[in-house]
Design a protein around this ligand. Structure first.
Ligand code: GCO
Length: 264
């Protein structure tokens, strides 16, 4: 097996929202596979610095850049800075996102708009400014972080589902328009993972925790490290003829209608 297919040595990967959670896990996977990581966050420079140190402590080449993915001018300046100070971006993972768990009839329009803005419009903004360089270099990898909610609805996450459903279609359209430039655009759809974002619905005894464990054929929440393999695959030569696909790393949830409570 030609393992160089999965080689990302020396590639530069920008992972938005990579100071913690799934973004950090995917960036770490790419870093341990030899990529240079551009760490992004928007909360505080301190958080970014802490994350960069954590990557470096594992021997990963990492640089931190604070910018808000939803503000086009900030993104434009940051991408220019990154490509001047570090180098051309070969791999972009649009991971940064938020969720607001509110039933639709109770949700403020402003809150709905904010979720769409961060989770759907921002990947468009960041991709627009990174892909220009990829087109000129005739190569690049874009990975959009979708969700189970790109396929299924759930009470209280309507805005998030609308954004992630849209991100699936945006991924397919990006793939359609950019494949001719040897740019492969795909998505990763994480199932239910043990992160800060899911902590409130994952506590022992919480009905949703029991539900997810019973609804997932693998019988567990995902570990963020479970995502690294799909990230390395979609960031490497191994996926050069894969376009517009969403790889669901979900322990099997989307493969099944589930089982009665009295069935093993
Ligand atoms: C929720 C969860 C999900 C997961 C993930 C599933 O409230 O249902 O937060 O949205 O985080 O997106 O793919």
């Amino acid at each position: 097996m030609n393992t160089s297919l999965f080689n990302v040595q020396g590639k530069i990967a920008l992972v938005t929202g990579s100071t913690h959670g799934l973004g950090m896990a995917m960036a770490r996977g790419l870093g341990l596979a030899g990529a240079t990581i551009i760490v992004n966050g928007n909360s505080s420079q301190e958080k970014i610095d802490i994350a960069v140190s954590a990557y470096k402590n594992e021997g990963i080449k990492a640089f931190g850049y604070k910018f808000n993915v939803s503000k086009e001018q900030e993104v434009k300046v940051a991408i220019t800075k990154i490509e001047t100070e570090v180098g051309s971006i070969d791999i972009l993972i649009n991971n940064a996102g938020i969720i607001k768990r509110t039933p639709l009839l109770e949700m403020e329009v402003a809150d709905f708009r904010e979720v769409i803005d961060i989770d759907l419009v921002s990947p468009f903004i960041v991709s627009k400014h990174v892909v220009k360089g990829m087109v000129s270099r005739k190569q690049g990898k874009v990975i959009n972080i979708c969700s189970m909610m790109s396929e299924l609805g759930r009470n209280s996450v309507g805005a998030y589902a609308a954004a992630k459903g849209g991100l699936k279609m945006l991924t397919q359209n990006m793939a359609t328009e950019w494949a001719k430039h040897n740019i492969q655009v795909n998505g990763i759809g994480p199932g239910y993972f043990a992160t800060e974002q899911t902590a409130p619905i994952r506590v022992d005894g919480h009905p949703f925790n029991e539900f997810i464990i019973s609804r997932t054929p693998a019988g567990r929440w995902g570990d963020p490290e479970d995502l690294a393999g799909a990230a390395v695959f979609l960031a490497s030569k191994a996926s050069d003829f894969v376009n517009g696909q969403i790889i669901y790393v979900d322990g099997g949830i989307l493969a099944t209608i589930g089982k009665p409570s009295n069935e093993e």
